[in-house]
Design a protein around this ligand. Structure first.
Ligand SMILES: [Ca+2]
Ligand SMILES: [Ca+2]
Length: 229
């Protein structure tokens, strides 16, 4: 079969269309300067960096924080990984800083992570209570956001506050809901991973994100997997 000039023009038109409509698969939120301070609510947006809607998103929050007053300044005088600080207040908490979730409706707004951390520890002999709510989502204007609310650092006058000296929250759009490991391919690794999550009744197996892990999720996953995306 030969390709005529008209077909070539059509192909070029398709190529131009698809490049102008090229999916924006990532949004990055700069967290530098964000304070972790008692009773201080903050929000950071990726604007003007937008991201397209997709059936699945992977997110990772990474940053360095430093104490800027009180006991926290004594304890963390230089930039320290956020994960290390979270672990010192609530062991295991840093696991929540990265993950992936589906949004089968592939529509914005969407919330990817809504995690409340709470813990208590003793810093230099002082019992300290800590709490914070981290939310990562994409708003209706397609900008990603990170919000830090419900911050409790008690007793705040003694413990002080912290600041992000650097850091980002990065959201990557994943083209296939069945791409469990978010590597861009759908293959046996994804099936095995999903099956292990499902067997463990992990929230990561909640394919349709309705709050339950059951046969519906297995069927939906199998359907997406068979379709190869
Ligand atoms: Ca994969
Ligand atoms: Ca479900």
């Amino acid at each position: 079969m030969s390709i005529g000039a008209g077909s070539v023009a059509a192909l070029v038109a398709v190529a131009v269309l698809s490049s102008s409509a090229l999916a924006d698969d990532q949004a990055v939120i700069n967290l530098t300067g964000l304070r972790i301070k008692h009773a201080t609510n903050q929000n950071k947006s990726s604007a003007p960096d937008a991201i397209d809607a997709g059936p699945r998103y992977a997110y990772v929050i990474d940053g360095m924080v430093k104490g800027d007053s009180g006991l926290l300044a004594a304890l963390y005088p230089s930039p320290t990984p956020l994960a290390t600080v979270l672990e010192s207040f609530q062991p295991g908490a840093s696991e929540a800083l990265a993950g992936a979730v589906n949004d089968l409706a592939a529509a914005h707004p969407v919330v990817m992570m809504d995690q409340t951390f709470t813990g208590s520890t003793v810093i230099l002999g002082v019992p300290v209570t800590f709490g914070a709510r981290f939310v990562v989502g994409i708003d209706a204007s397609h900008f990603a956001y990170f919000s830090l609310t419900n911050v409790v650092i008690d007793p705040s006058f003694l413990v002080g506050s912290m600041t992000f000296t650097s850091g980002t929250a990065t959201i990557n759009r994943v083209a296939c809901a069945a791409d469990s490991n978010c590597d861009g391919f759908v293959n046996g690794d994804d099936y095995d991973l999903f099956a292990s999550w499902f067997d463990a009744a992990s929230p990561r197996a909640d394919h349709n994100r309705d709050g339950f892990v059951n046969g519906d999720d297995y069927d939906l996953f199998a359907e997406a997997f068979d379709a190869g995306c």
